[in-house]
Write a protein that binds this ligand. Structure first.
Ligand code: AQP
Length: 329
């Protein structure tokens, strides 16, 4: 079983990234051959600062290791270090329909009314994402629920490629967790917690201080009722139940039963405490790891070498199947 996933080095990683994706990456190391990639090339599809991109890449590398990724037990690398990703992206464009890309929710949300002005890279984002996974012939892709549509497109691209050029690529499955797949903004429980589209007060960062975490949970938007349970009109409380379940490993029903007599204020404090307890060791480990940039760079470089060994033969097969370059190139 080969597992692949990528994460952007944009902004500060939040609780949604941790519970929807990073926790699954850590678990994946025990389930198969796992490859995890910091997708710096994807980060160039929106306006960005080149110096910051390098900084954020190292921030993200340190955070992932602090959260439990072990570069000895997985292949951990930076996307831009493995040229096969961009070459495969271009080759896969030949079996990707413009209309499909135009239907992607993420593109529509991020482009908004600026559709004609955003970068072509933002439009092609899902093709590069498909190349990331397909280059490794990965079987499984751990992601949060917001990536469901991109994984479906990736599967279509692989199937179309195989139908057009012969069996070459593996059609991957998504792996979306039962709990934590869609953490919502604490101030806007109808919107997902997000790096670019969320509210500052409604987004809890993995490296956030306990006092700030408590403040954010205490001011989380709920409803005029008083029962700690999920249901229609109770999206805010439902989100807090989801977060509590994800950080403690309980299921939703167990959380509802435990807090059946609790008032909203007490439950909010309990969620904040559980989150703080979960994040504290990651924050401490991050503070130790982040200053040592040489070690982080060395780990990423080694990972890129190991990744290239897997991706290069796939690219050779793809080129051969497509008739690109001389025979045996
Ligand atoms: N709210 C979320 N709940 C659960 N999972 C989530 N993910 C993102 N938001 C949530 C999952 O995190 C992984 C990494 O996502 P990314 O590489 O897109 O990183 P990001 O840009 O920091 O994530 P955002 O917040 O989703 O950014 P925006 O909203 O700006 O595009 C993915 O597996 C994703 O599913």
């Amino acid at each position: 079983m080969r597992i692949f996933s990528g994460i952007q080095p944009t902004g500060r990683k939040h609780l949604g990234n941790l519970l929807g994706a990073i926790d699954q990456y850590v678990a994946g190391q025990d389930r198969g051959e796992a490859l995890y990639c910091i997708v710096d090339l994807h980060a160039t599809t929106v306006p960005y600062d080149p110096v910051e991109l390098r900084e954020r890449t190292l921030d993200t590398a340190a955070l992932l290791i602090a959260a439990g990724l072990d570069p000895e037990r997985c292949i951990f690398f930076r996307q831009g270090d493995v040229r096969e990703h961009t070459e495969l992206c271009w080759l896969l464009c030949s079996v990707t329909a413009w209309g499909d890309l135009n239907r992607m929710h993420q593109f529509k949300e991020k482009a908004g009314s600026e559709r004609d002005l955003v970068s072509a890279g933002l439009f092609l984002y899902p093709v590069l994402q498909a190349a990331d996974v397909l280059a490794y012939r990965a079987d499984e892709v751990p992601v949060g629920d917001d990536q469901r549509q991109h994984i479906e497109l990736m599967r279509d691209i692989a199937e179309r490629f195989n139908a057009r050029f012969g069996e070459t690529l593996v059609v991957p499955e998504h792996r979306i967790p039962a709990i934590g797949a869609r953490i919502m903004d604490l101030q806007h429980p109808d919107r997902k917690m997000s790096t670019t589209g969320g509210s500052e007060q409604g987004t809890v960062y993995v490296l956030e201080e306990p006092a700030a975490i408590l403040k954010k949970f205490r001011s989380a938007v709920t409803d005029s009722g008083s029962e700690v349970r999920r249901g229609e009109g109770k999206e805010g409380i439902g989100n807090l139940i989801e977060i509590y379940a994800a950080v403690t490993g309980d299921d939703h029903e167990a959380v509802e039963t435990r807090f059946a007599e609790a008032r909203y204020g007490d439950f909010k404090t309990a969620v904040a405490e559980a989150v703080t307890e979960r994040l504290a060791p990651i924050r401490e480990r991050y503070a130790e790891l982040r200053p040592d940039e040489a070690t982080l760079e060395a780990a990423l470089k080694l990972g890129a070498e190991r990744a290239t060994e897997i991706a290069a033969p796939t690219l050779a097969d793809v080129r051969a199947a497509m008739g690109v370059g001389p025979v045996g190139s």
